[in-house]
Design a protein around this ligand. Structure first.
Ligand code: UT7
Length: 345
């Protein structure tokens, strides 16, 4: 029998520190032209209204856990760790309703007995999950935590719906967090977060849960994601702007001190409106939506990985990470970019 072991001897820490970063995109790229060929849309509309040129789509045999395992493996390799005390998977597209997907991922990563659970907070799931991980580390419950955001959005998007199908993509990203000091590179700052469930129907999959089990539903469309795009857009700009200000204030930062604003990649126009409202110049707002689309809970760790690899994130920069999604949920946190972090993609 294998008994659980600990990565370190945990003791209450002052902060969680980022030590590993990785991402995985399924190889197949789908350009806008594929949607324009079968839906009432155009490459130009998708580029100008959303900012997307292509997205990666997993093949039918690939599940969210497969994407998560690849990203998790890369983050652990980047951190040079073979063991973590907990795995938290942020996802809106789990492999199954039961069991959770995180235990499958942990098992595949050679972590068969660690604490592993899913966290569902839509596109805010990754920031929620890093906050929970930081709390576990802060309390001394865990020494090192693997946090993954992974989505197979193509499994829940109606291929015939032009208002959602071109928007979403598949992918996964992951970080390894460990105990550290609040002022050292890699340290996560305080999180500002919240939710507003009265807008639950603005982004939702109406059927397939306990409210409306699949077996009672004859309309397949209700098992796909529905989004009131324009309503979501307006709330997203307002909430992301506000929660970003709250997170900066909690960390004792002024907005003008933010070197990089990492915004959930939902729509290039949302990121631009937020940056404009905050007075942050566009060159401080990295983006990768053009090539990956909206990957929901995977969006932020994917962007962190891509921006780290192409040099847009550098040691000791003040990074503010901010998100908004289904629920509604929103969350933002600060991060001092680590020294010598090798992201793996
Ligand atoms: O990640 C979680 C959070 N999600 C988001 O933050 C998404 C936020 N929302 C958005 O990004 C945008 O609202 C969308 C990209 C979804 C839609 O863009 P929009 O500029 O808000 O368009 P709209 O919904 O106001 O629709 C404008 C028009 C409509 O036509 P009519 O009624 O004016 O004739 C739509 O039917 O654009 C139409 N439309 C399209 N036209 C061509 C909607 N989708 C498409 C399309 N191609 N793919």
């Amino acid at each position: 029998m294998i008994f659980a072991r600990r990565s370190t001897t945990p003791s209450p820490a002052h902060a969680a520190r980022l030590i590993g970063l990785g991402a995985y995109l399924p190889p197949k790229k789908v350009p806008n032209a594929d949607f324009a060929a079968r839906l009432d849309t155009t490459d130009e509309w998708i580029r100008t209204r959303i900012g997307i040129a292509e997205r990666h789509i997993a093949d039918p045999a690939t599940a969210t856990s497969d994407l998560a395992v690849e990203a998790g493996r890369r983050a652990m390799k980047s951190a040079q760790v073979e063991y973590v005390d907990a795995v938290i998977l942020a996802t809106a597209t789990p492999d199954h309703h039961v069991p959770g997907t995180a235990p499958l991922v942990a098992d595949q990563l050679g972590l068969p007995q660690v604490c592993a659970f899913d966290l569902g907070a839509g596109c805010s799931g990754f920031v929620y999950a890093t906050t929970v991980a930081a709390g576990l580390i802060h309390a001394g419950t865990a020494g090192t935590v693997l946090v993954i955001g992974a989505e197979k959005m193509s499994a829940v998007v109606d291929p015939a719906d032009r208002s959602t199908a071109p928007i979403f993509g598949d992918g996964a990203g992951a970080v390894v967090l460990t105990a550290g000091q609040a002022d050292e590179p890699g340290a996560l700052g305080p999180t500002a977060w919240g939710s507003e469930g009265k807008h639950a129907d603005a982004i939702c999959i109406p059927a397939g849960g306990s409210r409306r089990p699949s077996r009672t539903v004859d309309d397949l469309k209700n098992q796909y994601v529905h989004m009131k795009g324009n309503e979501v857009f307006r709330h997203a700009v307002r909430r992301i702007t506000h929660v970003t200000q709250e997170a900066a204030a909690a960390a004792g930062w002024r907005i003008q001190d933010v070197d990089r604003l990492i915004v959930h990649q939902a729509n290039a126009r949302i990121s631009a409106a937020v940056a404009d409202a905050l007075g942050i110049p566009p060159e401080r707002v990295p983006a990768n939506i053009t090539h990956v689309g909206n990957t929901s809970a995977a969006s932020i760790p994917l962007l962190l990985s891509h921006a780290a690899i192409d040099g847009r994130l550098k040691a000791r920069q003040r990074v503010l990470v901010t998100s908004f999604g289904a629920g509604f949920t929103w969350a933002a946190t600060t991060l001092l970019w680590p020294v010598d972090l090798q992201a793996l993609v």
